[in-house]
Design a protein around this ligand. Structure first.
Ligand code: SF4
Length: 487
């Protein structure tokens, strides 16, 4: 079999720690592209892990000369790993067409093509259908200017962007995704810190119509996989692996009341003995919550981001603290635990605004309305309104590029990795740390330390690594947890 295409995932610098802390998500985007290519009759490889990629790039196998197309997917935080892989692939396969996609590249296509000369094409938006046309171009049977939704360099080196961002109207079937659940890394994640049961991750759809300034998925039409497909996948996988936990990782599962009602009805009709976790906006029809509980929902995470009305307007979340409060009260009433996401360091935010965020955390934690919460500093992602403001105000340097080396050690004071830009304006590291400490003290997070340790030990013992590595990783994660609780 000669290989005609290769699809490659990119990773965090410290992949093992990330996997242990957050679990791994099935890479639906790459998996769907791989399935589309195979269905069209092409032969190829899907390289999800670094060890698979390393074996591939170091192979001198003759059949690799047949590779027409190499596709690399990335998020903003993994972009430098993707860049390295693009450079290595170009050096090893000089004749292949190299394509980049995913949220990150799709939102800064021109920057990528200017600063990564080894890259040929960037897909802007959802490439599920365009991938076949790009393959035909790579095989010489279609002109590049016949493909919409991509950016590329013309013969003079200028970047050409053809058509608007791609949105797939009808989501493809995801039945084939089932095979990924047989891979250990995708089923072992604990459901939550205080319910450490093995769980599977699942994605019920794509898109969000809202417009939060920091978010890179905003303003895209919501589409959902059929309820039947999702429940089939849950039923088969939970039974096959004898697990009960299900974690939906949609940005907001509840954007459509009718979809969630149908999903819950189907889970109840099949009498599935599962417990599940999802993200939601707080302004849903609260009557839905008791049906969700009956279908096994036990945890919902909602974003409020800020307790300051002034900053709420700037963030454009369109959720009020009163709505979050009502949501948490109703959740508690029906038996669902609420997690609340809070953020800090937005444009024009002052320490006084941040105090209002702490106040809401305090109110939510009273009488256990919300059982836990998290606070993160506002990072800048490409294509967001926050990026635009950061450029206008000089928070991002004039010559900033997403693909030039970036390493800001000051980020560590805000618990943000150094390779991603942070919106740093009116909230100093001291103010941020103090607010985070107060916020965590308000919730019962420190009480979950015992459960966190239990999960950590269980996860590490399962890993196929040496004892020395287990000790190093375990102590690093434990130290990070202690720091987040008490710093
Ligand atoms: S943060 Fe959530 S609600 Fe806001 S645009 Fe992103 S996905 Fe939508």
């Amino acid at each position: 079999m000669s290989i005609e295409y290769v699809l490659i995932d990119s990773h965090f610098e410290n992949e093992k720690d990330e996997s242990l802390l957050h679990g791994r998500f099935i890479p639906y985007g790459l998996a769907i592209l791989d399935n589309t290519m195979k269905t069209a009759g092409y032969q190829g490889l899907l390289l999800l892990e670094n060890k698979e990629y390393n074996a591939f790039i170091n192979s001198t196998n003759q059949q690799n000369n047949s590779i027409k197309l190499i596709g690399i997917s990335s998020t903003t935080i993994t972009r430098f790993d993707a860049k390295t892989k693009i450079e290595e692939c170009r050096a090893t396969f000089p004749k292949s067409i190299i394509v980049a996609g995913g949220h990150h590249f799709g939102n800064c296509a021109e920057d990528a093509l200017i600063n990564i000369p080894q890259l040929d094409i960037v897909v802007r938006g959802e490439g599920d259908e365009a991938i076949i046309d790009i393959m035909r171009y790579a095989c010489g049977s279609l002109a590049i200017n016949a493909i919409n939704g991509i950016s590329y360099r013309d013969e003079y080196g200028s970047v050409i962007s053809r058509g608007p961002k791609l949105i797939v109207e009808n989501l493809p079937s995801i039945e084939f995704v089932e095979k990924f659940y047989s891979m250990e890394q995708f089923v072992q994640n604990p459901l939550s810190a205080d319910m450490p049961i093995p769980s599977m991750n699942i994605l019920a759809g794509r898109g969000c119509p809202h417009n939060c300034i920091f978010c890179s998925v905003n303003r895209t039409r919501v589409r959902r996989y059929p309820v039947e497909d999702i429940v089939n996948m849950i039923e088969k996988t939970t039974k096959k692996f004898n697990i009960r936990g299900v974690k939906f990782y949609d940005d907001s599962l509840t954007l459509s009341n009718s979809y969630v009602s149908a999903l819950c009805d189907e889970i109840i009709r099949r009498k599935l003995d599962i417990v599940w976790f999802c993200d939601s906006r707080a302004n849903i029809n609260l009557d839905l919550l008791s049906l969700m509980y009956s279908a096994g929902c036990r945890y919902i995470a909602v974003g409020l981001e800020t307790g300051s009305p002034k900053i709420q307007k700037i963030v454009d979340k369109n959720i009020t603290k009163e709505q979050v409060m009502q949501f948490a009260i109703k959740c508690k009433e029906v038996g669902i635990s609420t997690y609340v996401f809070l953020m800090a360091s937005f444009p024009d935010e002052t320490p006084e605004d941040l105090e209002l965020t702490i106040d809401i955390a305090r109110d939510l934690s009273k009488k256990g309305k919300a059982i836990a919460g998290s606070m993160g500093a506002a990072v800048i992602l490409p294509g967001t309104q926050l990026e635009k403001i950061a450029r206008e105000r000089g928070i991002l340097a004039e010559d900033f590029s997403w693909h030039k080396p970036f390493n800001d050690q000051l980020n560590l004071d805000y618990d943000v990795p150094p390779n991603i830009p942070l919106y740093r304006e009116g909230i100093s590291p001291e103010v941020y740390k103090n607010a985070k400490r107060k916020m965590l003290a308000n919730y019962a997070n420190s009480l979950s330390l015992r459960i966190f340790c239990k999960n950590l030990i269980e996860n590490i013992l399962r890993r196929d690594i040496s004892w020395a590595e287990k000790m190093t990783i375990g102590s690093n994660i434990f130290k990070a947890k202690i720091k987040s609780l008490f710093s």
